[in-house]
Write a protein that binds this ligand. Structure first.
Ligand code: NAP
Length: 494
């Protein structure tokens, strides 16, 4: 169950929001009484409630907005109980002085906005003795591994416990607590109104993460990177899991570069079944894996970790296969000749994607030239991989069969930029833009108007995700579902 926190300054707005959420399927809401601009009128708030209510009145020290005295706050909490609210939230330092009464269930809560302290297990044990129907323990995650300690509490709790971490490192624990038996989680009533750091909106919790379907048997998959906030991978993978009716969930974890190894070790307790890997972990994830495949070793980067039948981690690089398949699909446009053997290719950029695609094209027998804004870096990569280099300033003088953009030029929000002037394009050439947001970049639009064949980064992105999905699940990926989900995710600008 998802408990949606509503914080509005006016009573009628609070009630209106509640009815709207109930119509969207909310089963429990938290009224943040401390948000109200004037003295809470409990009878009015409780009168026609469409779902059960949790009454909460937070002090400023607990990230709340209560401006009255502590005596007044206690009086409101007691009144809410007398008026028969379904759940009352009592902080652990006051729970002992508010007796149980009537049918109101007691949520005994503890928040730590600065850390997940060493003695969190002791705090939890003490809370379990405070006549709680539900214990709520929420701490700030300062490292990704902090969530494991809190989720362990949930899993082993003698009293039903809602436990998760706040902040960016803690975000996924708000979802995963369902797997470990939390009676519910908290979500915000609107995408733009976070009532606590790292809170997820009700709509995302319900529709993207399908929280209500998560149970002890749910298999967990994740994308790891830093930053990770805008990753579209959860959208694609969760849509595919839902389509295939698999009891799987896919969540994002922000992991800083220097915390990777310790985090992966701590996360073994979570029994993650597969990882998508993004910047800055792609290189380290080859090194840390005992069984990287040949592509990973050649490219020196992995974007996928998955478990084999013996539960051992294997690493692969589906970016590489996806890019080559996308290029071949582009070449096939109106032609039988999809061979890369003997074709000339110009690669714009010298970063991770450029490296993987250059490796693939060279292996397939193409003659590759690299060009890069920082000429020295382009020259170094060309030398390392044994291909040609031209300066960034002279890139327009090339007439390759295949042009690949591996730079962010033209990416949202700079959609009126292109890394290659239209007059440099020629008939019949394949133009592959690895950018996927937007799907139709200026470069691809120019290419089409110059009778070039085209291949899009959106197709590459969907293919790399579908190849991951196949390794994760040992079944064919629903590529159309994944493509539609990605298009929906970037739709406002397409
Ligand atoms: P990266 O390692 O950071 O490399 C970025 C490259 O772009 C570098 O060569 C950099 O040149 C160049 N660059 C950056 N800003 C530039 C600018 N304003 N003008 C000219 N060159 C510029 O990044 P990456 O991981 O290789 O990713 C590159 C692109 O691939 C991304 O922008 C993304 O759109 C795309 N991508 C697509 C997929 C997919 O599945 N479709 C997946 C991942 C990435 P310097 O050396 O001079 O800094």
């Amino acid at each position: 169950m998802i408990c949606v926190s509503i914080g509005r300054t006016r009573h009628h707005k609070m009630i209106e929001e509640h009815h709207k959420l109930a119509a969207e399927g909310a089963e429990l809401v938290e009224y943040r009484l401390d948000y109200l601009g004037r003295q809470p009128d409990l009878q009015r708030l409780l009168a026609d409630r469409p779902t059960p209510i949790v009454a909460t009145c937070r002090r400023p020290a607990d990230y709340g907005r209560w401006r009255g005295t502590e005596e007044q706050r206690m009086a409101i909490l007691r009144a809410a109980i007398v008026d028969g609210v379904d759940y009352i939230d009592l902080e652990d330092d006051i729970a002992g002085s508010v007796p149980r009464y009537g049918k109101t269930k007691r949520i005994v809560s503890h928040h730590n906005f600065s850390e997940t302290p060493e003695d969190i297990e002791d705090v939890h044990q003490r809370m379990c003795r405070l006549d709680a129907d539900i214990v709520k323990i929420v701490t700030m995650a300062n490292t990704p591994a902090d969530i494991v300690r809190v989720l362990k509490l949930v899993a082993q709790a003698p009293v039903p416990t809602v436990g998760f971490c706040m902040g960016e490192f803690g975000m996924a624990s708000r979802i995963l607590c369902a797997k470990y038996g939390a009676p519910f989680t908290y979500a915000s009533f609107s995408e733009d109104r976070e009532l606590a750091p790292g809170q997820i909106s009700f709509r995302q919790m319900k529709n993207l993460y399908r929280y209500d379907k998560i149970n002890a048997g749910t298999k967990v998959y994740a994308v790891i990177g830093d930053p990770i906030g805008h990753s579209l991978s959860p959208l694609i993978h969760n849509a595919a899991f839902e389509h295939d009716k698999l009891n799987n969930i896919y969540v994002p974890f922000r992991i800083p570069a220097d915390a990777l190894l310790e985090t992966l070790r701590a996360f073994e307790w979570l029994q993650i079944q597969g990882y998508s890997i993004t910047i800055p972990h792609k290189e380290a994830c080859v090194e840390y894996c005992d069984f990287p495949d040949e592509t990973c070793q050649t490219v020196g980067a992995a974007n996928t970790w998955y478990r084999d039948a013996s539960q051992r981690w294997r690493a692969s690089n589906t970016d590489y296969d996806a890019a080559l398949a996308t290029i071949r699909q582009g070449l096939a446009e109106g032609s039988e000749d999809v061979s890369l053997q003997g074709k000339t290719a110009l690669i714009l950029g010298a970063g991770g994607v450029s490296r993987a695609i250059t490796h693939g094209l060279l292996k397939a027998g193409s003659a590759v030239t690299i060009t890069n804004r920082t000429n020295k870096r382009g020259e170094a990569l060309a030398q390392e991989l044994g291909c040609r280099h031209v300066t960034w300033e002279n890139r327009g003088a090339q007439t390759p069969d295949i042009l690949v953009n591996c730079t962010p030029i033209g990416m949202f929000p700079n959609m009126d930029e292109s890394p290659f002037a239209p007059q440099w394009l020629h008939d019949g050439m394949l133009v592959f833009d690895t950018i996927y947001n937007p799907e139709n970049t200026l470069l691809l639009k120019d290419a089409r108007s110059h009778n070039c064949k085209t291949a899009s980064g959106l197709e590459m992105f969907v293919r790399q995700a579908s190849l991951q999905y196949e390794r994760f699940t040992q079944r064919e990926a629903p590529m159309d579902v994944m493509r539609d989900a990605l298009r929906r995710g970037i739709s406002p600008i397409n």
